[in-house]
Design a protein around this ligand. Structure first.
Ligand SMILES: NC(=O)C1=CN([C@@H]2O[C@H](COP(=O)(O)OP(=O)(O)OC[C@H]3O[C@@H](n4cnc5c(N)ncnc54)[C@H](OP(=O)(O)O)[C@@H]3O)[C@@H](O)[C@H]2O)C=CC1
Ligand SMILES: O=C(O)[C@@H]1CCC=N1
Length: 269
């Protein structure tokens, strides 16, 4: 069955829940979306702005949904699962986006046989450019995986991975937008230092990151080869590259991904 034939319910409408809701609605305006959260003003705002069904009662949202997306913090997920266990009937698919929490840990809290899929998306779902990775729980069917992939491919790109790689994905693409926002700000700062106005500096910096990412994705060329295309002998770029290498840029980004992945593992304990 296709995604658009499913009613989707969000448990938690914080930063990532809202991002997914906005992305999915932009891709499928006809879809039925339900959402619940403990924070009523946020629900009312979503209802007013997007016209989705909202409730402060998670079981009501689940009752009205075929696919239930768990978008609460990992630290409270277990309590939420205990509270909703009886409303997750056999006809429902559960999708968890919680960092670090394994499929088994989720299955263990729910009724035997519950179909669970785990996904690590990112905040760029808001603009249909999320990078997501999906893995199946032991009861998830092929149809469930197709529905999950359809959902996350409609808001960006989505791949299937073995669960053991989920922490690495969390450290890379789950957290990754937050590594790049300061890069964009800092690039703009450099240009402001050299006299450009702030608004133009941010536009040029962001478009530069977007263009570089698009070249990697669309040419299929290695990032190092693309870097060489920009770097004229005795030119401007190699001077900038030299400065970045002196600052340990590669180790800095590698360590960010490694440490974030470690934190994802910790959250699962
Ligand atoms: N932010 C991101 O970029 C990404 C987040 N994730 C994952 O998504 C999940 C949500 O993260 P994020 O959106 O950042 O977190 P938020 O804290 O912004 O959102 C969680 C929401 O759930 C609400 N909530 C708390 N308790 C309940 C409850 N019992 N029932 C329903 N809703 C409840 C919170 O309300 P209140 O604030 O009042 O407690 C909040 O609005 C996490 O598991 C995270 O690991 C995954 C990928 C990227
Ligand atoms: O910071 C976090 O824990 C969440 C998970 C990935 C992105 N944000």
């Amino acid at each position: 069955m296709h995604l658009t034939e499913k009613r989707i319910g969000f448990i938690g409408t914080g930063k990532m829940g809202e991002s997914l809701i906005r992305g999915i609605l932009a891709a499928h305006s006809e879809i039925t979306l339900n959402a619940s959260d403990v924070y009523k003003p946020a629900l009312e705002r979503l209802n007013n702005e997007l016209g989705i069904n909202v409730s402060t009662d998670n079981t009501e949202t689940i009752g009205d949904s075929d696919v239930v997306v768990l978008a609460v913090k990992p630290q409270i997920l277990k309590d939420v699962l205990v509270a909703i266990k009886d409303s997750i009937t056999a006809d429902k698919l559960v999708i968890s986006i919680a960092a670090g929490v394994s499929v088994t840990a989720i299955e263990d809290e729910l009724n035997e046989g519950t179909r669970v899929v785990r996904v690590m998306p990112n905040i760029a779902a808001t603009v249909a450019e999320a990078a997501s990775a999906v893995c199946a729980g032991k009861n998830a069917t092929e149809d469930d995986m197709e529905v999950a992939l359809e959902m996350f491919q409609s808001i960006g790109s989505a791949i299937t991975i073995p669960e053991k790689l989920m922490d690495a994905v969390t450290g890379l693409s789950g957290s990754g937008p937050a590594y790049i926002f300061p890069v964009i700000e800092a690039l703009a700062d450099g240009a402001v230092h050299e006299g450009l106005d702030r608004a133009n500096a941010i536009t040029l910096a962001a478009q530069t990151v977007l263009g570089a990412a698009k070249m990697v994705l669309e040419t299929g060329m290695h990032p190092g080869e693309l870097k060489d295309m920009v770097t004229s002998p005795a030119g401007t770029t190699i001077r900038g590259i030299h400065t970045l290498e002196e600052s340990g840029i590669r180790a800095a980004f590698m360590n960010a991904v490694i440490e974030s992945s470690k934190r994802s593992k910790e959250l699962g304990k």
